[in-house]
Design a protein around this ligand. Sequence first.
Ligand code: FPP
Length: 258
Amino acid sequence: MARAESHNAMPAGLPRHIAITMDGNGRWAAARGLSRSSGHKAGLTPVRLCVEECTRLGVEALTLFAFSSENWSRPADEVASLMGLFLSAIDGEVDELDRKGVRLRIIGNRQALSVRLQAQIGAAERRTAANSGLKLQIAVSYGGRWDIVQAARKLAAQCASGELQPAQIDERRFAAALELGDLADSDLLIRTGGERRISNFLLWHLAYAELYFSDRLWPDFDLAEFTRALEFFAGRERRFGLTGGQVHSAEREQGLQR
Ligand code: FPP
């Protein structure tokens, strides 16, 4: 499914790459006397909503933090039910994602996943690889530090084989060795569940991201709250280390060139 994706074609103020930490499923379930697994299951509804809305708006990329490197230490039954949920969600959603033109990728240490889940992920990725709509990344067994270490290892191996000189390693080359090497940095991070921290998510890619913290528990995250996050982003002045005066004169110059 072809769709225009040029950065320049995007409405001003729309993030290119939204990252979301989906927190609060357990508390949402506990408040209803349900199992934590039921909370995770209920978390699929806002995932669909975000994919739908990003597709409608023309956001380039959406990266969701579904399972961290540290989540393996949760009770075994919760880990098993989350892995089961990933299996059934990929199986159940891939047709609709494909129909919407979404390109699905899983990021993280996939060797830690079951062979069955790895195979299913591979099949869903191959099936949607040529789609030109929303780039949807689900982070499973992912940690920002793990990502930086695996990138460093890749580059070290290239240096060891003589393919690369250490002096050739710069930020661009390092970023390309990370999991999201082909995507723009995340410019908006949304975290639900009331906590105000990064929790080892996309450490490199969030360097200049705007941070939107929502007190909503993830299963309660709805279109109105998503829209508030986008409005928050649109209202931010993005300086990238420049002064406000420099940003304004660059904007004036761009205006004159148009
Ligand atoms: C954190 O809430 C949430 C998770 C560890 C799981 C997130 C997974 C989903 C929403 C399912 C989505 C599935 C796909 C395929 C994208 P928590 O359990 O830490 O909540 P708590 O802080 O209230 O305990």
